[in-house]
Design a protein around this ligand. Structure first.
Ligand SMILES: [Zn+2]
Length: 371
């Protein structure tokens, strides 16, 4: 995610904070201001927020380390004011693995609660009831209570974290748990469809409830869940389409190749018709591919009105060969990670065609519509 900064790396997984996290500091400053800069109050509040985010980080490590057991790596853990997310590199193959990975996060919060129980047993459970009572009476605790209600509040928030995350809707963990169980019977794609429909139904209910309550936060959360649910299904559908099809299924055998001494005008003309947007660049004898010309660079030349330029000025030498038997999934991820726009396709060392980003997008669009 752009705009995230790494703060620490634990167990080879970088923990990053998203820039919006900085908004929390403003919130803290604001609360400091209304408390008349009472250092003790602000100190307790800061410590509380820190502890809460520590619990969130532990929750994410619950996901990440369980995923590792199944051979799934975690790219990073990102914290934002609305919570954390452990970004796994891929979904695990087996539904039960996803089940345990998703469940591990909320279980960490439950474990934290259990770890606090001896403390309450030694001292008293009164603090817990007081916090619950004051929430029921006033809709919230006054933040100056943090020095007294620190652990009871942390305890209750961990229960809330576990409970909220177990709601059966994406992007919550409960959505994944539910999808994993459905996958055992229906396969991942249909399971995701059902899970995301349930998530969307819940989200709509949540929004209507928020509307009658006049709560913007409810409406906002509902909207967020609704959008994420449909994204999740689209993504799973896209992955399955990409996995089922091969480069050979969509490669284009007719294509124009350019040489470095060609005028860019040739590429401009092609762009106008829209059939070819990215080009292979061959050596002067047209024997070997030496580079590629990205649509992006052609547009840049057009913008600069560089009509007399030659292809050699704009050619990029970064590309790699692909083969007809490779899956579209493999190529798609390679293209988006490396920023390739077009790749030459070779069959037994022989250049037989090209595959490019716009063909790939077009193919996906058609598949989304017919499946
Ligand atoms: Zn989680």
């Amino acid at each position: 995610m752009s705009g995230s900064f790494r703060i620490i790396t634990i167990a080879e997984i970088p923990v990053k904070i998203h820039w919006t996290f900085g908004l929390l500091i403003f919130a803290l400053l604001y609360l400091a201001y209304i408390s008349g800069f009472n250092l003790q109050v602000v100190g307790w509040l800061a410590l509380f927020i820190f502890s809460l985010f520590l619990c969130i980080v532990l929750h994410e490590y619950g996901h990440a380390l369980t995923a590792r057991r199944y051979g799934v790596k975690t790219r990073d853990i990102i914290l934002s004011p609305i919570g954390g997310v452990a970004r796994l590199e891929q979904l695990p193959d087996k539904p039960m693995q996803e089940f345990f990975i998703a469940l591990a996060g909320p279980l960490v919060n439950v474990a934290i609660c259990f770890a606090m129980v001896p403390y309450f047993m030694l001292y008293s459970f009164d603090g817990l009831w007081e916090v619950i009572e004051s929430y029921r009476n006033q809709g919230g605790t006054s933040f100056s209570d943090f020095s007294v209600n620190f652990l009871p509040l942390l305890f209750l928030l961990n229960i809330l974290l576990a409970g909220f995350n177990l709601l059966p809707a994406f992007p919550m963990d409960g959505g994944r748990v539910f999808r994993a169980l459905l996958s055992l019977r229906f396969g991942r794609r249909k399971a995701t469809r059902i899970a995301s429909l349930l998530g969307q139904t819940l989200a709509v209910g949540f929004m209507i409830y928020g509307f009658f309550l006049g709560s913007m936060i409810n409406i906002f959360v509902g909207l967020f869940v609704f959008i994420t649910a449909s994204q999740e299904y689209r993504m799973v559908k896209m992955e399955s389409v990409l996995k089922e099809n091969k480069v050979g299924d969509i490669l284009r055998r007719q294509f124009t190749s350019l040489i470095p001494s060609d005028a860019m005008q040739l590429a401009f003309d092609g762009l106008k018709t829209g059939i070819e947007r990215n080009y292979l660049v061959m050596d002067e004898n047209r024997e070997k591919v030496i580079g590629v010309l990205h649509e992006e660079f052609i547009l840049e030349a057009l913008k600069k009105k560089d009509h007399d330029a030659l292809v050699e000025t704009y050619v990029s030498e970064k590309f790699e060969a692909s083969k007809p038997e490779q899956t579209l999934q493999e190529i798609f991820h390679k293209m988006s990670e490396q920023g390739y726009s077009i790749l030459p396709v070779y069959e037994e060392e022989q250049l037989v065609g090209v595959i490019d980003v716009s063909m790939m997008n077009n193919f996906l669009m058609v598949q989304q519509k017919i499946k």
